[in-house]
Design a protein around this ligand. Structure first.
Ligand code: AMP
Ligand code: MG
Length: 550
């Protein structure tokens, strides 16, 4: 009864909308509401009244948990116009309103909202870590936008939950800025990712963090970022149900995910779980191939940080590699380099193996064998995908024998000369292919100027020119194709750090500028050039590492 009344009520109260650039946009945030009930209400939700005490939750996918709003004077650090307009149907002007800022701060819940924290587990650094879950995140509800798409806004840093373990449920400004900017940057680079809508910081709400794990904790300002994704299930969402022996809940969850997020799979199909596994695997391998193409290194590729949708999730101590280093490890806690740049495809395969293991209780013997069959082909699949990524970055159109070596030789030369990953590929498009051996021309390009010092450079250029001829790629096509795949700007750690330093002094200009800049990472921007964002990184940025303390 209640459900049908709410659907009717929401139809009667159509949100007020205005046209922005031909699209209908809501300009009064009070009019914006969630769908009621949200799609996840069909899953088991634990209603433990002691919501903010750490507990081992059983037989549930979520816990119902109210947010704990940020206290004190609030400031909007930034909002993504693209995310607001294209996903949430909001006129970006609403970001200025008190209701919207309160929404991001966990103070105001629009009608239809149902705040929940998700229960999941995970393998951290190769070992089963047991229950993890949303220790500082609340999914607020489901929003169906004007295009009919379903999205779930989620706050990160919004207070304690049954999954908080030893944490305080909060996030600090620096890590929230990094998540906000990387989410939107990755989207516009073409990396599948969760999105970020807005970021709010409190002037007075302080939390203690030991950023460098040196025993000298400091007070930092608490912040909340609103992330947006179709759903927030991870490989660890299923894994916890294996470890806690809850096959019934596993079936309910997997059926729900297939029904709502994998429309290509028939829910009546006997082999739907095999097909789902295969889809999750391929989507994640497609994603990791895009990472390799941009030098993106996630930093904490635990199974709880891998989405079943194959989108990049949980931005922490990530890094966009600067000088090429196959062993690049941005996370200062990853002593063994488990999550180094070049290991990411292999780690995704390891994680998928654990995921296949987790599904065992809901598979027949025949289906287990089929999944083994799927697994056997994954390594070749991802190796080919990564090769395809690099071949495209060079403006080539086909894959030929010997291409693997062509790429390896280039990367090895980059590694030896410490040529920059992003700039090298972009600059290869900025110099005519037939001038790539011209020393004086290459001297004008700071990264190619390093690369040309490599033994074997002239020989490599000849091979590359030969391949371009073989593919019948005209210079014009090569340049236009390469400029669409090789960005001028990526969120380099030093660029983010400068913006964070200013933001910690209440100056959000750089953060806002970067958010706009990363909407068009492939276009040269005069102001960004003036700020040196595509120039050789400053010496202080060399070897910059990020801590997990966030
Ligand atoms: P992450 O490394 O951010 O993916 O987090 C790993 C786990 O620790 C997740 O279950 C998080 O929810 C939890 N966590 C991280 N930071 C905090 C915090 N400040 N308070 C509570 N839980 C946290
Ligand atoms: Mg995580």
């Amino acid at each position: 009864m209640r459900r049908s009344f709410c659907v009717l009520a929401s139809l009667l109260h159509e949100p007020k909308a205005v046209k922005v650039g031909g699209k209908m946009k809501i300009n009064n945030f009070k009019e914006w509401k969630f769908k009621e009930p949200p799609v996840y209400a069909e899953l088991p939700i634990d209603e433990n009244p002691e919501y903010n005490v750490p507990v081992a939750v059983k037989n549930a996918v979520f816990s119902k948990v109210p947010t704990e709003p940020l206290i004190g004077q609030l400031h909007l650090v930034c909002a993504s116009d693209a995310c607001l307009e294209d996903i949430l149907d909001l006129d970006p002007i609403v970001a200025e309103s008190e209701e919207f800022v309160d929404f991001i701060a966990g103070k105001y819940l629009p009608s239809g909202g149902l705040p929940v924290s998700h229960r999941y587990g995970g393998y951290q650094f190769g070992y089963w870590a047991d229950q993890l879950g949303d220790g500082r995140a609340h999914t607020l509800g489901e929003y169906i936008n004007s295009k009919g798409e379903s999205w779930q806004p989620q706050l990160k840093g919004s207070g304690e939950t049954p999954y908080s373990r030893f944490g305080d449920g909060r996030a600090v400004l620096r890590s929230s800025i990094r998540e906000m900017l990387a989410s939107e940057a990755c989207h516009f680079l073409g990396i599948p990712t969760t999105r970020a809508a807005a970021l709010v910081v409190s002037e007075e709400h302080k939390v203690w963090r030991d950023k460098t794990y040196s025993g000298r904790a400091k007070q930092e300002n608490a912040a909340i970022v609103m992330r947006v994704a179709p759903c927030w299930y991870r490989l660890g969402s299923v894994e916890i149900l294996l470890k806690r022996q809850e096959p019934h809940t596993m079936k309910t969850l997997v059926d729900h995910i297939i029904k709502h997020y994998f429309p290509n799979i028939n829910v009546e199909d006997e082999d739907k779980y095999v097909k789902w596994y295969s889809d999750v695997a391929h989507r994640n391998l497609d994603m990791v191939a895009t990472w390799q193409g941009y030098g993106f290194t996630h930093g904490v590729l635990n199974t709880d940080n891998v989405s079943v949708l194959g989108v990049t999730i949980d931005y922490g101590p990530y890094g966009f590699m600067e000088h090429y280093n196959s062993h690049y490890v941005p996370n200062s806690s990853d002593d063994m380099g488990r999550y180094a740049f070049s290991k990411q495809p292999e780690i995704l395969l390891w994680n998928l193996d654990k995921f296949a293991e987790a599904l065992q209780p809901i598979l027949s013997d025949d289906q287990k064998a089929k999944i083994e069959g799927v697994n056997k082909a994954l390594e070749k699949y991802v190796t080919d995908k990564v090769l395809q990524t690099y071949i495209s970055k060079l403006g080539l159109t086909t894959i030929q024998d010997g291409d693997s070596l062509l790429i390896d030789d280039l990367l090895n030369m980059m590694e030896r000369t410490m040529a920059d990953f992003t700039a090298t590929f972009r600059q290869l498009a900025e110099v005519q292919a037939n001038q790539l051996s011209d020393k004086t021309i290459l001297e004008e390009k700071w990264s190619l100027n390093k690369l040309q010092e490599a033994t074997g450079w002239a020989d490599w250029v000849k091979r590359y020119q030969g391949r371009l001829q073989g593919d019948q790629v005209t210079e014009q096509d090569r340049v236009s194709r390469m400029c669409k795949l090789n960005p001028v700007y990526v969120p380099r750690n030093w660029i983010l750090q400068e913006a964070i330093n200013d933001a910690e002094n209440s100056d959000f200009e750089k953060v806002r500028f970067l958010l706009k800049l990363f909407h068009k990472p492939f276009e040269v921007n005069d102001e960004a050039e003036r700020r040196g964002y595509s120039s050789q990184p400053p010496s202080w940025s060399y070897g910059l590492k990020l801590s997990c303390s966030s």
